[in-house]
Design a protein around this ligand. Structure first.
Ligand code: NAG
Ligand code: NAG
Length: 518
C-alpha cells in the first residue's frame, strides 16, 4: 500500500519494502504513505523508521516521537518494529469533507541530534457513503393539460464520497407516462428532470407514485431512493353528461301545478367547480310556453300551469347542463312529455229541430229533430252514446257516427197526449262517464240554463234550439245553440240581463240543466 520510490536529486538511499514503495524528498523532506479511510485498527501503513533511515535500536534512546496537527492519535508508531499503523477511525469525509485531496500531516522528531521529518499520509476514499436525497418524498403538481415533452425539475441526490464513488446515475420506476432526463457527466447544463412522455388524463389516472433511484459509481455501488408523488391537476375538459340523451315522461292532463315531472341529473367527470353543474331550459316546443320549470340547482322539472290534452299532446323540452369551469362546458338532453287524456270533457249535444210541433197524423219515421253529439276527449273518453227517455212514440236513429235523428216511431193521438217531454242523454265511455241531456219539448221554448253553483242563469224568449252539457262534478254548465253564437249578440245580452236568475227556482233537481219550456 505504501509506495517507496526514488525521486529527485539523488543524495538518498533507495529502500525496498516487501509490498510498498515510499519516496523521500530532500527538498521537502517528505515521506508519503496512503491508507484507505475506515481501515481497521492496527492496519499497517508503513515502515516509517526504516523509511526515514533510523535504526530500530535508536528510536527509544533518541526519543522518537510523532506529532500531528490535530489528529495525531489516528496513526501511531510501534517503537519495537518502527511500523506506522492505524490507531483510530479515519473518516475521510469527516477529515476533509468533499475535497479531492485528503491527507494527515505527521511531524516525526528525534533528538541527539535533533531532526524533524515530515510525513504525509494520504487518506483514500472508499465508497462508504450512499447517495442521499434530502427528502423522503418529492411532490409534483402537474396540470393534465401539460404537453408531452414538458419537463419538471427534480432535486437530485448527493453523495459524500468523491470521484467515481460520488458519480451518480439515476433511474425511474417503470411507467408509461414519465421518463427521466439526467445531468450528463461532462456538461452539467441539464438538470435532473422528469419528462412527460404522453398526455395525462386526470379522469383516467389522477396520481402517480414513482420511485427515483440514484446509484453511485463505487464498487460495489451504493444506492439511494426517493418517492416521487405526482398529482395530476384538473382542467375543465369534460362536458356534463346526462345518463340518457332523451327522457320520455307521460303525464295525465290537469295534474296539479308543481307536480314533479322528472329529476334530471348530469354528471361531470372533472373535479371541484369544473364538475359543479347548473341546469337550464333551452326551449319548450310547441310555443315556448312556460308550462314547465326547471330548478337550476337540483335539476327538478315541475309543472307550471295547466296541461290540457285537448290543447297539446306532446312537449319537446331541450335542457342544458353547464359546469362552472372556466371556460364552462355544457351537455344536453331532450325531455319528451306525452300528455295523457283524462275524461275531462262532457259530451255536447246539438239539437237541430225541424219542428217542435208535430201533426197527429204524421207518418212514422217523420224526422222531428236532428241531433249531433261530440266530445273533445279521445279514445273511450270521447266515445258518445245517445239514449232517449222516457218511453214515448219517438226514437233515436243513428244516421252516421255521432249523428242522430229523432223520428216518430208510432202513431200520435193529440186527444190522448198533447205534448211530450223528451230527454236525450249523451254519455261518454270514460270512467266515470260524463253525460249531457237538456230536454226537448214541442212548443215555444224557454231556455233555462243554470250551473250548479248558480253563477250563470238566463232565459231567452225565443224559439230556440238548445244544447247543454252537464258535468256532475259541479263544473260549469255549457249551453249553446247552432243559431246562437258563443258570443251572444247585443239583444241576447240585454235579454239575459233583464231576465236575471228568475228561472232558477223552476229547476226540479240539483243537476245543471238546460231545457225548453212552454
Ligand atoms: C347524480 O348521479 C350521480 C351518479 O349516478 C349520483 O352520485 C349523484 O348523487 C346524483 N345527483 C343527484 C343530485 O341526484
Ligand atoms: C310559471 O307560469 C307563470 C304563469 O304562466 C309565468 O308567469 C311564469 O313565468 C312561469 N314560471 C317560469 C319559471 O317559467
Amino acid at each position: 500500500m505504501v509506495g517507496f520510490q526514488r525521486r529527485g536529486l539523488g543524495t538518498l538511499r533507495l529502500l525496498l519494502s516487501l509490498l510498498l514503495l515510499a519516496y523521500w524528498e530532500t527538498g521537502s523532506g517528505q515521506l508519503h504513505y496512503s491508507v484507505p479511510e475506515e481501515a481497521k485498527h492496527g492496519t499497517f501503513v508503513g515502515r516509517i523508521a526504516q523509511d526515514l533511515g533510523l535504526e530500530l535500536t535508536e528510536l527509544v534512546p533518541r526519543l522518537f516521537r510523532v506529532a500531528s496537527k490535530g489528529r495525531g492519535d489516528l496513526l501511531e508508531v510501534n517503537l519495537q518494529n518502527g511500523i506506522l499503523f492505524v490507531n483510530g477511525r479515519i473518516d475521510r469525509e469527516e477529515l476533509c469533507r468533499r475535497s479531492a485531496e485528503c491527507s494527515l500531516h505527521l511531524e516525526v522528531i528525534v533528538d541527539r541530534p535533533l531532526q524533524v521529518f515530515h510525513v504525509e499520509v494520504e487518506v483514500k476514499d472508499i465508497n462508504d457513503n450512499p447517495p442521499v436525497f434530502s427528502l423522503k418524498e418529492q411532490k409534483l403538481l402537474i396540470y393534465e393539460s401539460k404537453q408531452p415533452e414538458s419537463r419538471f425539475p427534480l432535486e437530485g441526490a448527493s453523495d459524500a464520497d468523491i470521484e467515481e464513488n460520488a458519480v451518480l446515475a439515476y433511474r425511474l420506476s417503470q411507467n408509461e407516462y414519465f421518463s427521466l432526463e439526467s445531468p450528463t457527466n461532462s456538461k452539467q447544463t441539464k438538470r435532473l428532470s422528469l419528462v412527460l412522455k404522453k398526455s395525462l388524463d386526470r379522469e383516467k389516472i389522477p396520481e402517480f407514485n414513482l420511485l427515483l433511484t440514484a446509484t453511485d459509481g463505487g464498487k460495489p455501488e451504493l444506492t439511494g431512493t426517493v418517492q416521487l408523488f405526482v398529482q395530476v391537476l384538473d382542467v375543465n375538459d369534460n362536458d356534463p353528461e346526462f345518463d340518457q340523451l332523451e327522457y320520455r315522461v307521460k303525464l295525465m292532463e290537469n295534474i296539479p301545478e308543481e307536480t314533479l315531472v322528472i329529476k334530471l341529473n348530469a354528471t361531470d367527470r372533472d373535479e371541484g367547480v369544473n364538475r359543479e353543474v347548473t341546469y337550464s331550459l333551452l326551449s319548450i316546443k310547441p310555443n315556448g310556453r312556460h308550462l314547465f320549470t326547471l330548478d337550476e340547482n337540483n335539476g327538478e322539472m315541475r309543472v307550471n300551469g295547466s296541461l290540457d290534452y285537448e290543447e297539446n299532446k306532446f312537449y319537446e323540452i331541450e335542457v342544458q347542463a353547464t359546469d362552472k369551469g372556466t371556460p364552462p362546458m355544457a351537455g344536453h338532453c331532450t325531455v319528451w312529455i306525452e300528455i295523457l287524456d283524462t275524461n275531462d270533457n262532457s259530451p255536447k249535444i246539438i239539437v237541430n229541430s225541424l219542428s217542435f210541433s208535430v201533426p197527429e197524423d204524421a207518418q212514422p219515421s217523420t224526422v222531428i229533430a236532428l241531433i249531433s253529439v261530440s266530445d273533445l276527449d279521445s279514445g273511450v273518453n270521447g266515445q258518445v252514446t245517445c239514449s232517449l227517455t222516457p218511453a214515448t212514440p219517438f226514437k233515436l236513429v243513428s244516421t252516421f257516427k255521432n249523428y242522430y235523428s229523432l223520428v216518430l216511431d208510432s202513431a200520435l193521438d193529440r186527444e190522448t197526449t198533447s205534448d211530450y217531454e223528451l230527454v236525450v242523454t249523451a254519455r261518454d265511455g270514460g270512467s266515470p262517464p260524463l253525460w249531457a241531456t237538456g230536454a226537448c219539448a214541442p212548443g215555444k221554448p224557454v231556455l233555462v240554463c243554470s250551473s250548479a253553483v248558480g253563477s250563470l242563469t238566463y232565459s231567452q224568449q225565443r224559439r230556440q234550439r238548445v244544447c247543454s252539457a252537464v258535468v256532475p262534478s259541479n263544473t260549469d254548465l255549457m249551453a249553446f245553440s247552432p243559431s246562437l253564437t258563443p258570443n251572444l249578440d247585443r239583444e241576447d245580452e240585454r235579454e239575459r240581463q233583464e231576465s236575471g236568475c228568475n228561472h232558477l227556482g223552476q229547476l226540479k233537481n240539483s243537476f245543471n240543466q238546460a231545457y225548453f219550456k212552454d
